[in-house]
Design a protein around this ligand. Structure first.
Ligand code: PEP
Ligand code: MG
Length: 543
């Protein structure tokens, strides 16, 4: 029995997604933690019991395909790719063999067999000291939940029936949970684990749900139906607030939304500092909804279009025509604005299932971004062809991710110019490099002959400078994108860039209290998540 506290108290965690919300706690427990039937079977019943497992595997595979389709259609998010790779795990012959052997040796029901075998697989993955491989353990847990649901007939995912206005309290949310979230039903999210750069965190920020993490023992601290106030930006939760606290919070919430609406109205105009400096505020996007939201919020253009979703949500890489059509669909609402499309930044936490077998080390410190594209230049040709065609209708700029050496940009430039000539393109399309590695930041002047612009990606620049993985919540205190070391690298980039324009597109650009410093270094173009644009523009006007 939990020790129920009725008086008001507050809990501190870390911010995952900003915003204020109030609502009732909805405790979301894992289906795997609930009790399931446990019985022995006769040897003659083995076949029938294994047939149940096979049927569950089939049902889950079908369900994964449906989830991927739904995500692809509604969000076109990288999450769709995760479901495809989960389905691949279920086809592993080793897994089937182990399920069969466990059943034959132990003669217990299918639910117990699935739980045991998947638990073993999870532990195996967790023991591997590689962040990427150990992430597979989460996929395994996710799959076993789905299989248990299929076996026990619990088909309705509880988050689908979420009472509206709920604040979800969970140990951890996985991609299969977040599919069911919408801003209408979920007012906020509080979890025990999962860092701000995890997949679930990205999704909550994308759909604009306030969220906080790193709340130890969250399921013991909070009870079903508790009234909660969440401040996502502060990573603060107030449980069972007094009437007076509620009133104060409510008026903060109201004035916050009124301020946002006011800023949104003014957001159409440019962001001009008091000394007359104009700062371009662009949007980081990855799907059509992001582009629509950016335009609604007065974005001056698209500063970073992450195209990975288009690749991750497919079974095979797109052709140049398919890529052209997909990008055109996504950026259509920004037709009259500049659009910077970043070349495929695969690797790290974004893996292409169809390239799994090629054995390339594409970890965060491996062949990511341009390293990967230079290894598979066909991917580069397809993208350049598609983007050159797109430039007939759109104001396209091309950005190259994860650059380390100047000679990488030299090769990219040569390939690009060759395709420009082959396609007989007469338009000037700007080609830029992302500054995301300390090596590139410190040797900016070497790149000058090959680039038309630079864009500083502080998310990766931070993980490589501070030696702290962006997905790893245990080193969250080291992942400081406003550390003086990062500002020294930004400053050095600015000083050595000469006449080449420099913009900033990492999350640092959306930290309002850092804007003054960013602008004083000389940055005149930033790119942020769509929902931040109105407030950022307004903040710039008072600098
Ligand atoms: C960055 O690294 O700062 C960046 C903008 O790119 P991404 O977050 O997509 O790696
Ligand atoms: Mg990056």
């Amino acid at each position: 029995m939990k020790n129920k506290k009725l008086s008001e108290y507050s809990i501190k965690g870390v911010s995952i997604s900003p915003g204020l919300a109030m609502g009732r706690a909805y405790i979301y427990t894992d289906v795997l933690l609930r009790d399931h039937e446990f019985y022995t079977i006769k040897s003659s019943e083995k076949k029938e019991e294994f047939r149940r497992i096979e049927q569950a595997l089939l049902d889950v595979t079908k369900d994964l395909a449906l989830s991927a389709e739904r995500i692809e259609r509604e969000l076109n998010s990288q999450i769709a790719g995760i479901f495809f790779s989960q389905a691949e795990i279920l086809k592993d012959p080793e897994l089937l063999k182990e399920l069969k052997t466990e059943l034959e040796v132990n003669l217990v029901n299918a639910e117990q067999i699935v739980k045991r075998v998947f638990r073993k697989w999870e532990l195996r993955f967790r023991q591997i000291q590689n962040e990427i491989i150990s992430c597979k353990a989460d996929d395994i847990v996710d799959l076993s939940r789905r299989l248990i649901r299929a076996l026990t007939g619990i088909n309705v995912h509880t988050l689908e029936r979420l009472p509206s206005g709920s604040i979800i309290i969970a140990k951890r949310l996985l991609p299969s949970d977040t599919v069911f979230l919408s801003r209408k039903s979920a007012k906020g999210i509080v979890t025990e684990s999962g860092g701000p750069a995890s997949h679930a965190a990205l999704l909550t920020r994308e759909i604009g749900i306030p969220a906080m993490g790193k709340v130890n023992g969250v399921l013991d601290l909070i009870h079903q139906g508790d009234f909660l106030l969440i401040d996502g930006a502060e990573g603060k939760l107030i449980v069972n607030p007094k009437e007076k606290t509620k009133k104060v919070f409510n008026s903060k919430l109201k004035s916050r939304s009124a301020e946002f609406r006011k800023n949104q109205k003014k957001s159409w105009g440019p962001a001009v500092c008091r000394n007359g400096t104009v700062v371009e505020v662009m949007a980081n996007v990855s799907c059509r909804k992001d582009v629509e939201f950016s335009i609604e919020n007065g974005a001056d253009g698209i500063g970073l279009f992450r195209i990975e979703n288009i690749y991750l949500s497919r079974k095979l890489p797109p052709s140049a025509t398919e890529l052209h059509d997909e990008i055109a669909k996504v950026i259509a609402p920004a037709q009259n604005k500049p659009v910077t499309v970043r070349l495929l930044d695969i690797g790290g936490d974004k893996k292409l299932t169809y390239l799994n077998s090629v054995g390339v080390d594409d970890s965060f410190l491996g062949r990511r971004g341009i390293r990967f594209l230079l290894e598979y230049p066909e991917l580069l040709y397809t993208q350049f062809n598609a983007l050159i065609r797109l430039s007939e209708k759109f104001n396209i700029k091309i950005l190259v991710p994860m650059v380390t050496f100047w000679h990488e940009m030299k090769i990219v430039r040569e390939i690009f110019e060759e395709i420009v000539q082959l396609t007989n393109c007469k338009r000037k399309i700007l080609l830029g490099a992302m500054i995301e590695t300390p090596a590139a930041a410190l040797c900016v002047s070497d790149f000058l002959p090959y680039v038309d612009f630079f864009s500083i990606g502080t998310n990766d620049l931070t993980q490589y400078t501070m030696a702290a993985g962006r997905e790893n919540h245990t080193v969250i205190d080291y992942f400081l994108d406003n550390h003086p070391a990062i500002f020294k690298l930004i400053d050095s980039t600015m000083k050595n860039a000469g006449q080449v324009p420099v913009s900033l597109c990492g999350e640092l650009a959306s930290e309002i209290n850092m804007l003054n410093l960013i602008i004083s270094i000389g940055i005149k173009s930033i790119s942020v998540a769509p929902s931040f644009i109105p407030d950022i523009k307004e903040a710039i006007r008072s600098i």
